[in-house]
Design a protein around this ligand. Structure first.
Ligand code: HEC
Length: 146
């Protein structure tokens, strides 16, 4: 009986030494989404709106041909793009994406020298957190294909 308890103890040992690491992996997530919301307020809300609703009449271009800030919430088209496109959009801005400097004024600025990769990820996570679960799943499937 004493031997089998010793064996049981040995079997439990590796599991016990792995377990304390699990909470460490999970704790950064809430602070990351809070950081994403703060980053959104500081860098994106002035154009895309506090509610992520974009500009009024966002489908109609400005008089100079530049496009208006699009909604990033579920009413826009953002969720129909894979992460790789959205990250490129945020880092490179309209001019970087479309290769046309004329988009530079009044359009989407490039954030590659403003936000770190982790911050871009945090903002994107915040944007996604406003989408209904089914929409998040549908966008996640696009990532599998990209
Ligand atoms: C100066 C205004 C402005 C700011 C600030 C801004 N954007 Fe934009 N954004 C735009 C405009 C305008 C467009 C549409 C541009 C185009 O298509 O040429 C756009 C497009 C986008 C798109 C593509 C959306 C889609 O559905 O295709 C994403 C994603 C985006 N912005 C995210 C962000 C994030 C995240 C931030 C903050 C880090 C941000 N934007 C800050 C103006 C802005």
């Amino acid at each position: 009986m004493r031997i089998s308890f010793a064996i049981l103890g040995l079997m439990l040992l590796p599991a016990a030494s792995v377990m304390p690491e699990q909470p460490l992996k999970l704790t950064p997530m809430p602070s990351l989404s809070l950081a994403g919301e703060a980053l959104y307020s500081n860098h994106c809300a002035r154009c895309h709106g506090d509610d992520l609703g974009g500009a009024v009449n966002w489908r109609t271009p400005n008089a100079d041909g530049t496009r208006k800030p699009r909604p990033l919430n579920v009413l826009g088209m953002t969720w129909r793009r894979p992460d790789v496109d959205l990250i490129a959009y945020i880092k490179l801005g309209s001019a970087g994406i479309f290769g046309d400097e004329s988009y530079g004024t009044g359009a989407m600025p490039a954030f590659q020298n403003v936000l770190s990769d982790a911050e871009v990820g945090a903002v994107l996570d915040y944007i996604k957190s406003t989408w209904p679960e089914g929409v998040r799943e549908s966008q996640a499937r696009l990532n599998g294909r990209s």
